[in-house]
Design a protein around this ligand. Structure first.
Ligand SMILES: Cc1ncc(COP(=O)(O)O)c(C=O)c1O
Length: 400
């Protein structure tokens, strides 16, 4: 009998962290490896944000924060929702967590009973099903194939809802596919949700500012105000402001839900790092000048990667509309023989052989619930991406 909890049997470690770790180990062992697994911008946190943290330390802002978040940050979050998303949230409807990840986790702890279902469009961010499982819920996956641009359709949503559905876990622009939705597309989904009043929506808007379409970003509670009372809108500073290591995310929603999440956080972390909260306050209230600059750089890299991957034999790479990932299909390589002599039967084989032959670390699609595909994070410099794609082309063209 194991000393460890039974619930661990239901949970897998993060595949994206595993690939990043593997690439790091190979590099340390002297291999020439390009890691495209990690989902974090390569840019440094802007100076005004760093300075705000340093000033906070100097002022002695080094004590426990209020559990839900420091008042200036909650106010800045409420103003951000008003300014950018036309959503009215009072500061007491806001929770600040240790990354967006903790906000999601708190929401599941606060709401899931055994057997409750969470609808997760696939491909999905690796952590959703594991968080659901850890909290006794059941994930119900809705396949969103390449043919629909990896997007959830109203028909698929309607069909997947059961009496036990508690949440729709919605993420756009999507990690890993980059799929994004116009307000009109969202409205078609919210129309379905209006027919099912027991279903709440947890919308993960983490990549809001990395959207390359002409249509502006829209979020669920904005396009359908009738869903305001059953939507938790989650977002954070990690991706937009190159602040992954500061660990600040936030959410806003109906007060009873936020109160429950705050209660849980009070027994867990007592709130997110005070200094990082001051930095996040500056991120949301200070200059936004670098946001479009980051976005432009990502868009150029996306165009480069998509074009180069589509020149590799057996790969098909749709043009993603947002985030900093591409999610090409490697169906055309399945059944072929790699330089090692092994046959490629799955996307996991493809990624392992690619790493072995060319030293390029990418994450297999089966980890995100839809394949045969793989995910490349293009949040790295253009020369590195060009070299990585050249190696991928060489690898694919040599398969036979
Ligand atoms: C879709 C999505 N949601 C949430 C997160 C977590 O964000 P944070 O770093 O703020 O915890 C990530 C990070 O990779 C993500 O891709």
């Amino acid at each position: 009998m194991s000393f460890l909890a039974d619930s661990l049997a239901r949970v897998k470690p993060s595949a994206t962290i595993a690939v990043t770790q593997k690439a790091r180990e190979l590099k340390e062992a002297g291999r020439d490896v390009i890691g495209l697994g990690a989902g974090e911008p390569d840019f440094d946190t802007p100076d005004n944000i760093k300075e705000a943290a340093i000033a906070a330390i100097r002022r002695g802002e080094t004590k426990y924060p209020p559990v839900a978040g420091i008042a200036p940050l909650k106010k800045a979050v409420a103003e951000k929702f008003k300014r950018e998303n036309r959503l009215d949230y009072k500061p007491e409807q806001v929770i600040v967590g240790t990354g967006g990840k903790q906000v999601l986790y708190n929401a599941f702890v606060a709401t899931l009973n055994p057997g409750d279902e969470v609808l997760i469009p696939a491909p999905y961010w690796v952590s959703y099903p594991e968080m659901v499982a850890l909290n006794g819920g059941e994930s119900r996956f809705v396949e969103c194939p390449i043919e629909t641009g990896f997007k959830l359709t109203p028909e698929a949503l309607d069909k997947a809802i059961t009496k036990r559905t508690k949440w729709l876990m919605f993420n756009a622009p999507s990690n890993p596919s980059g799929a994004a939705y116009s307000a009109k597309e969202l409205k078609a989904l919210t129309d379905v949700l209006l027919k099912h009043p027991h279903v709440w929506v947890l919308t993960d808007d983490m990549y809001e500012h990395l959207l390359y379409t002409d249509a502006p970003f829209a979020t669920i509670a904005e396009v359908e105000p009738k869903l305001y009372e059953r939507t938790l809108t989650m977002n954070g500073v990690s991706k937009t402001y190159a602040m992954t290591g500061w660990r600040i995310g936030y959410g806003a929603g109906p007060k009873p839900l936020i109160d429950a999440m705050v209660m849980i956080q009070g027994q867990q972390t007592s709130g997110a790092c005070t200094i990082a909260q001051w930095a996040a306050t500056e991120a949301l209230t200070g200059t936004q000048d670098f946001v479009p600059k980051f976005k432009r750089a990502f868009q150029e890299r996306r165009d480069l990667v998509v074009s180069m991957l589509n020149q590799a034999t057996g790969l098909k790479c749709p043009m993603p509309e947002g985030a900093f990932y591409v999610y090409p299909s490697c169906a055309g390589t399945i059944g072929k023989k790699a330089p090692s002599g092994n046959r490629i039967a799955t996307d996991e084989d493809f990624c392992r052989e690619l790493l072995e032959a060319e030293g390029v670390a990418v994450v297999h699609g089966s980890a995100f619930g839809l394949g045969p595909n793989f995910r490349i994070s293009y949040a790295t410099s253009a020369p590195v991406l060009e070299e990585a794609c050249t190696r991928i082309q060489r690898f694919c063209n040599a398969l036979n």
